[in-house]
Design a protein around this ligand. Structure first.
Ligand code: ADP
Ligand code: AMP
Length: 222
């Protein structure tokens, strides 16, 4: 069986991380989320973290050259048997760099999974998002923890991401529309875009994604 090389595409708050948690369980794929990687760099105060922080706090994208190097290193270290990318690529130069890197390794992308939702839904989602240290994601209304404010798994406190503040969210959505939406056409024209309605409940979105991947595997004998 050949590898699954998957991209999760979509605006902030659409449910990419939520679906990734489920898909990792289904397919046992290394999960490479550039946002999580950057937050770890910021936390440990690395040189990359210090450079990235101001862009992240403003809701802007971190410059391509920093992100591309970080992500390609991770793919080489962990992605030999396939991968699930979340939050990368976010610009056309990032997508081009990924294409080249994949082709150089005689591999190809299996699918770009677009999870989409209108801005007003995204704003509600992001304003109620609470995150555990492990990266597990909750929502105060739609997916609350058993006990208010703490992780079901290990009881550690849940946090509100710095960039989930309303004034930053507005710019993150604008940035998505300006810089990342062109990737929808990019992957559509390559015939690998798959669209999912992110306004549906998480279990339904998950069922649709799994069904699509199962079909792709049958069609291509992946
Ligand atoms: P992304 O990774 O795309 O930024 P998340 O997976 O972190 O998005 O989800 C954003 C917020 O919306 C979280 O609080 C999550 O619990 C909630 N959420 C995710 N998917 C759904 C859904 N299908 N319906 C309702 N709420 C959702
Ligand atoms: P996310 O966790 O995917 O919502 O990402 C949080 C923030 O990290 C973004 O708002 C950007 O500032 C930065 N970031 C994550 N991935 C990328 C990327 N591929 N390119 C540029 N910046 C990124």
């Amino acid at each position: 069986m050949s590898e699954l090389n998957l991209i999760l595409l979509g605006p902030p708050g659409a449910g990419k991380g939520t679906q990734a948690e489920r898909l990792r369980g289904d397919f046992n794929l290394p999960y490479l989320a550039t946002g999580d990687m950057l937050r770890a760099h910021v936390k440990e105060g690395s040189e990359l973290g210090q450079k990235a922080k101001e862009f992240m706090d403003a809701g802007d994208l971190v410059p391509d050259e920093l992100i591309i190097a970080m992500l390609l290193e991770k793919i080489d270290a962990e992605g030999d048997d396939g991968f699930l990318l979340d939050g990368f690529p976010r610009t056309v130069p990032q997508a081009d760099a990924l294409d080249r890197a994949i082709a150089d390794r005689s591999r190809r992308l299996t699918a770009a999974l677009l999870i989409d939702a209108p801005d007003e839904v995204l704003v509600r989602r992001i304003s109620g998002r609470r995150v555990a240290q492990s990266g597990r994601v909750y929502h105060v209304d739609s997916n609350p923890p058993e006990v208010d404010g703490v992780d079901d798994e290990d009881g550690s406190p849940l946090i509100i991401r710095d960039d989930d503040k309303p004034e930053t969210v507005k710019n993150r959505l604008e940035t998505y529309h300006r810089q990342t939406v062109p990737l929808i056409e990019y992957y559509e024209s390559r015939g690998i875009l798959q669209r999912f309605d992110g306004t549906r409940p998480p279990t339904e979105v998950h069922d649709h994604v799994r069904a699509t991947l199962a079909t792709l595997r049958l069609e291509e004998r992946l």
